[in-house]
Design a protein around this ligand. Sequence first.
Ligand code: APR
Length: 172
Amino acid sequence: MANVELTRQSIVELEVDAIVNAANRRMLGGGGVDGVIHRAAGPGLLEECRLAGGCETGDAKVTGAHDLPCRWIIHTVGPMWRGGDNGEADLLQSCYRRSIAEADALGAKTLAFPAISTGAYGFPVEAAARIAVQTVAQAAQATRLETIFLVTFDKRNHSALKQALRREELLG
Ligand code: APR
C-alpha cells in the first residue's frame, strides 16, 4: 500500500526514483512542465526522446533522468480537453495507471506526478484532480511503490487535489 502525498513545488526538485512528464505525442519537448523537465535534464534527454518513437495519448514511456536528481522520467501524454465526450476521462486515467505500471516495472519506490493535462491541454482542474486521486488511490493498493507524490505548481490545482484527497480520506 503506497502512501499518497500532495506537495506544491517544482517537480524537477524532487529526489524521487521517477518523475512523470506531461509530454506530447512527439515526445520532443514543449512548454509547461515538459519544458521545465527538458531544460533541467539537459540535451541528453532530447537525444534519448528522439529514439523513443513518440508516445500515444494515455500511454507512458520511460527514459533516463540525465541531469535531474531522480533516476527515471516517465513520459505520459494526457488528453487534450475537447468537451468531455471524446474519452478524455478514460485517457487521463490511463496516464496515471500506465505511469504507475512503468514505475513498478522499474522497481521504483517513489514516484511524482504533475497535474497531467490541466495546463495547455485544458482539462478542467477539479475533474482532473478527482480522476488523478481516484486512480492513484486504487493503484496504491497493489503497487510496490512506497510513496506517490502529487505535485502542484499552482494554487487551483493544489486546492482541487487537496479536496479530492480529503474526499478519498487520503489526507489527514
Ligand atoms: N513542476 C510541477 N508542475 C508544473 C511545473 C513544474 N515545474 N510547471 C508547470 N506545472 C504544472 C502546471 O501548473 C499544470 O498544472 O503542470 C501541469 C500540466 O500543465 P502542462 O505542463 O501545460 O501540461 P499539459 O496540460 O498536460 O499539456 C501538455 O503542453 O508543455 C506542453 O509539450 C507539452 O504539448 C504538451 C502539452
